[in-house]
Ligand binder design. Structure first.
Ligand code: NAD
Length: 306
């Protein structure tokens, strides 16, 4: 097993620490804020205890947690690391600053990966001396329960770096997909954006309320989406497969696409959805509902594991 350096001990950095430590790697967890470093080990242990209780990890929580060393020393964290996963705040300036430091400090063969939710690596690695070892490995939060990772190389990323990253992530139990070329928002957030844009438009134009819209996904389309994607769905939904499906329904989808027009999210629209959500779920109930969401994710991860 190898040494992995995690940069940034926030929500996502802690999640990655768990992913690599439960796979048996030694993890160095670095943060520039002492408070984040102080609280991270306790938060990681708590999550590991929950994962163990739900049958998602076999080893004792303490055994896995002992593989994670929190440190405020960047040189220490990077020393001997084969792979670095960066998780600092989501701005181009912050990514540029930390990647400049990482590129200067880490051994040239160390892979430098960013967790960025949507910024292409070319926007913050272009001027680096060893830019060929930089790329994006975008997780879905929390990576300890949701396995997908989007690997997004910059135009100058070495193909061998992409392959080593894919192998490392797959070996740690994640499910990597590799983009053929970079695009802002990658795949997951672009799909989410397409769905949310249409959903907001349907609400704003008075076709549906937000509660029924959620039902359309959770009791409709989403029933299949947790185990198969939209391409497989349509391939199986017409007797002759995908070509047959598109012959039957392609004109409808094309007509819908032509009706779509880019628009912002007006205050009135946000007010309406906020009001509907707070009727469905009061502010003081949100925390309990978040715990319910996390336990549903745990149950799903445990079922998938079996
Ligand atoms: N939260 C999500 O759902 C999610 C999902 C996927 C990807 N991401 C991406 O992951 C990254 C981190 O997000 P997060 O939600 O964990 O944020 P967060 O605010 O929880 O954590 C950021 C951490 O970075 C630390 N930090 C700031 N500057 C630093 C520096 N120069 N060196 C070291 N540490 C530094 C902060 O002290 C903080 O602990 C972002 O790029 C975000 O877009 C987030």
């Amino acid at each position: 097993m190898s040494k992995i350096a995690i940069i940034g001990a926030g929500l996502v950095g802690r999640g990655w620490s768990i992913v690599f430590a439960r796979a048996g790697h030694e993890v160095a967890l670095y943060d520039s804020q002492a408070a984040a470093l102080d609280s991270a080990p306790r938060q990681i242990s708590q999550t590991l205890t929950d994962l163990h209780r739900n049958g998602i990890v076999d080893e004792a929580a303490e055994t896995i947690a002992a593989r994670v060393q929190a440190t405020g020393d960047l040189i220490d964290a990077l020393s001997g690391a084969v792979y670095v996963q960066e998780n600092v705040p989501e701005t181009v300036a912050a990514k540029k600053a930390i990647f400049a430091k990482l590129d200067e400090t880490a051994a040239p063969e160390t892979i430098l990966a960013s967790s960025t939710s949507g910024i292409a690596a070319s926007r913050f690695t272009e001027e680096l001396a060893h830019r060929e070892r930089c790329l994006v490995s975008h997780p879905i939060n929390p990576p300890s329960l949701i396995p997908l990772v989007e690997i997004v190389p910059a135009p100058w990323t070495d193909a061998a770096v992409v392959e080593r990253t894919r192998e490392l992530l797959a070996g740690a139990g994640q499910i990597p997909i590799v983009l053929e070329r970079e695009i802002a928002g990658f795949i997951v957030n672009r799909l989410q954006a397409a769905l949310l844009n249409e959903a907001f438009a349907l609400i704003e134009d008075g076709y549906v309320n937000s509660d029924d819209l959620d039902k359309a996904i959770k009791h409709g389309l989403g029933a299949r989406w947790s185990f198969m994607g939209p391409m497989e769905t349509i391939d199986l939904n017409a007797p002759g497969g995908i070509r047959d499906y598109m012959k039957r329904y392609g004109p409808l989808y094309h007509e819908i696409a032509q009706q779509a027009r880019p628009r912002g999210y007006s205050d009135a629209l946000i007010d309406r959805v906020e009001k509907e959500r707070r009727t469905a779920l009061r502010v003081d109930q949100r925390e309990e509902r978040m715990a319910w969401r996390d336990s549903m994710l745990m149950r799903r991860a445990a079922a998938n594991r079996k």
